[in-house]
Design a protein around this ligand. Structure first.
Ligand code: PLP
Length: 392
């Protein structure tokens, strides 16, 4: 008997066709990877893709325990840890924001937090801290404005925070913020430092130990070049331990709980998404095989190549080159060109870029150079960009 088409439960009247139920599913005609020149998700290597097809394992078994243990050691090393007794890493299922929320929701309501903000992700830290702390102070600059050392010192002396929160690479503008300076200021004042390195880890020097960072967060799908789904907190063991008696405000993202499970058992409190752990280990192996300095130099060379080609097209960056990270370039949209036009024109040619948010909406576009991008795809991208601009 011929099966009748079923009615879609949410959209009565829309029938699910038999071909919609075929395995593997029909991916809206996409046959090849899009060229991802956006700051995450990024194109991943074939090795990372293959790791996603790892045979099934149980998460309470020794195979996962040893996998998580290796991942945590390798991650710590990428964060710049040398003393593995003093610093450790915790892996949390979720995108980068999960790690940020785990930190701020777990340090206690009474912690006085000073947030340094000069862009979208700084603003998100303010918003997040306002959920979980009663005393939130800010040094808030315009997007793309750089922090002056004197102003940071003044804010520290005025608000006397217990913890400073800041973004290392402010992805919304491409600006690199001075973590080593803030680290020094916090060290002399005995203030804790929380740094969001979601878009900089493995592309810029983070060095948690040297920079006196208490908690440092990142995620799997930016310069680490794995797939989305895992976030990390690397931090001082004594700081994680001190969370034990703090009244926590979330259960799922309770950082102490995650720390305790991982450091005692190399287990996660809840069911981990196993496949993304296999992919992450593969990506970390590739970084550590290259060596961090070589990996950073590779990313830097791609940034230079793209920047020099884009400058030849008359495109103008919104901040001076010496303030930029090597992760991405934020360029002014030429007067007569809208972001939607440029995005669509590049998309037709197989490439994905990123737009401006907030005050930069429809004023800028972003071109990132992290993930699996080779010189040939950069050349093709440059050609596509030149054509798209010329035909506007
Ligand atoms: C991408 C990013 C995040 C996290 O965003 P998710 O959408 O949760 O992945 C946080 N901070 C910075 C600086 C980022 O670039």
């Amino acid at each position: 008997m011929e099966a009748k088409p079923r009615r879609h439960p949410l959209f009565p009247g829309n029938e699910i066709e038999k071909r919609d139920l075929e395995t593997p599913p029909v991916f809206s005609g996409i046959q090849t990877d899009q060229g991802l020149f956006c700051p995450g998700p990024v194109n991943v290597s074939n090795e990372v893709k293959e790791a996603l097809l790892h045979p099934d394992i149980g998460h309470r078994e020794v195979e996962f325990t040893s996998l998580l243990k290796r991942i945590r050691q390798k991650l710590s090393s990428v964060f710049g840890v040398h003393n593995f007794l003093k610093y450790t890493s915790v892996v949390i299922n979720g995108s980068g924001s999960a790690a940020n929320e785990a930190v701020l929701s777990s340090i206690g309501r009474n912690t006085r937090v000073l947030v340094l903000s000069n862009g979208e992700f700084g603003e998100r830290l303010i918003e997040l801290s306002e959920y979980y702390q009663d005393n939130v102070f800010t040094l808030e600059l315009n997007w793309g404005e750089s922090f002056k050392p004197g102003d940071i010192e003044k804010a520290l002396d005025k608000y006397k925070p217990d913890l400073v929160a800041m973004v290392h690479h402010e992805t919304s503008t491409g600006m690199l913020n001075p973590i080593s300076l803030v680290g020094k200021l916090c060290r002399t004042r005995k203030v804790q430092l929380f740094v969001d390195t979601v878009s900089s880890l493995a592309a810029e020097t983070v060095d948690v130990e040297k920079n006196h960072i208490t908690y440092c967060t990142s995620s799997s799908n930016k310069a680490i070049a794995s797939v989305c789904g895992l976030s990390f907190v690397c931090g001082r063991v004594s700081a994680f331990e001190s969370l034990r008696d703090v009244r926590r405000q979330t259960r799922y993202l309770d950082l102490y709980r995650h720390y305790k499970y991982e450091s005692d058992l190399n287990q996660t409190p809840n069911t981990p998404s196993l496949t993304v752990y296999f992919a992450l280990e593969t990506a970390l192996n590739q970084i550590l095989q290259d060596g961090l300095p070589a990996r950073m130099a590779k990313i830097e060379r791609k940034a230079r190549l793209l920047r020099s080609e884009m400058a030849k097209m008359g495109l103008e960056a919104i901040i001076p080159e010496k303030q930029m990270s090597r992760v991405l370039t934020t360029l002014r949209l030429p007067d007569h060109i809208s972001y939607d036009y440029l995005r669509d024109a590049l998309k037709k040619r197989g490439f994905v870029i990123y737009g401006g948010k907030g005050p930069l909406e429809n004023k800028v576009f972003q071109v990132a150079n992290i993930g699996e991008i080779d010189d040939q795809s950069i050349r093709k991208f440059v050609m596509a960009l030149r054509e798209s601009l010329a035909q506007a």
